[in-house]
Design a protein around this ligand. Structure first.
Ligand code: ADP
Length: 273
């Protein structure tokens, strides 16, 4: 059997993208099913290197399902399956012999509710991001990577004096940034954020939005949000979905001012929700 090897992690110091970004994730004719029900329909879409792409649309239109197909989380739901292609840097993540755990290290994910490991310290939560990797880092290297991940997640200054404390002692917003640090610990090429601020207060939401904005250029971010203002604030491109279909993907400023599809216009002007 041929085994497909996932592209390696990014070096820890990434650079700003050049003027013409390249495709990081290519989705081709993707269908996603729950049992016999097709919830994502024939989606073809490119996600560009170093950019933030928002996926918007009314509740139940398939945003989260599409996102979960991008790192093979969808198939963990009993009875769920995906058809079509998803390529990361030209490698099919659904290819024969590809290890889904390896895919999820390259394409990290953060969920609606913060999910820190409750019995672990702040440090160990971040270190858990690279536990079990083939080239296990030394203790010193773990500390270095924990610090750099927490710095990238904008949390280091708030937690550096209490790294051994339980992660559950952090506020909800801090816990969410801790989960982002954990996802960044493996230097993923892509970060998937599924409604990451839906359970947060306005100040914590603002911090996560600022973080998403700052991460552009160093990692490809794909964020599902039901909040159009959030999409407008943080993203370079926005994709609009409706009833499982991808209606339009455009530069964010264009999608919100001069959408190409009348269904997009109806949605952004509040004619349906
Ligand atoms: P959104 O993220 O846009 O709110 P979802 O991707 O969560 O939409 O859902 C798309 C469709 O798939 C909806 O009709 C929803 O009911 C259905 N769905 C989502 N999760 C499941 C599941 N675990 N089992 C069966 N159907 C599901």
């Amino acid at each position: 059997m041929t085994t497909t090897v996932m592209p390696p992690a990014l070096p820890s110091t990434s650079t700003t993208p050049d003027a013409s970004p390249r495709v990081r994730v290519a989705v081709r004719a993707l269908d996603a099913y729950y049992g016999a029900t097709r919830s994502v329909r024939d989606v073809t879409l490119d996600f560009m290197d170093g950019q933030v792409t928002a996926i918007i649309g009314p509740s139940g239109c398939g945003k989260s399902t599409l996102l979960r197909c991008l790192n093979r989380m969808h198939e963990t739901v009993p009875g769920a399956r995906a058809e079509g292609e998803v390529e990361l840097d030209g490698t099919d993540i659904y290819g024969r012999g590809v290890n889904p755990i390896e895919v999820r290290r390259r394409i990290g994910m953060v969920f609606q509710r913060p999910t820190p490991f409750p019995t672990m310290s702040i440090r160990d939560n971040v270190a858990a991001g690279f536990r079990g990797m083939p080239d296990a880092p030394s203790r010193r290297e773990v500390d270095v990577r924990v610090e750099s991940s927490l710095r990238r997640a904008g949390l280091w200054d708030e937690v550096k004096d209490r790294l051994r404390d339980a992660a559950t002692g952090l506020s909800g917003g801090q816990q969410q940034r801790l989960c982002i640090a954990r996802a960044l610990a493996t230097n993923p090429r892509v970060l998937l954020l599924d409604e990451p601020t839906a359970s947060l207060d306005p100040l914590s939401t603002q911090k996560v939005e600022e973080l998403v904005y700052e991460l552009r250029g160093t990692v490809t971010v794909i964020i599902v949000t039901h909040n159009m203002q959030q999409a407008a604030r943080v993203s370079d491109r926005t994709a609009f979905m409706l009833m499982g279909d991808l209606v339009e993907v455009s530069p964010t400023s264009q999608l919100f001012t001069a959408p190409r599809d009348e269904r997009t216009e109806a949605y952004i002007t509040g004619r349906f929700g």
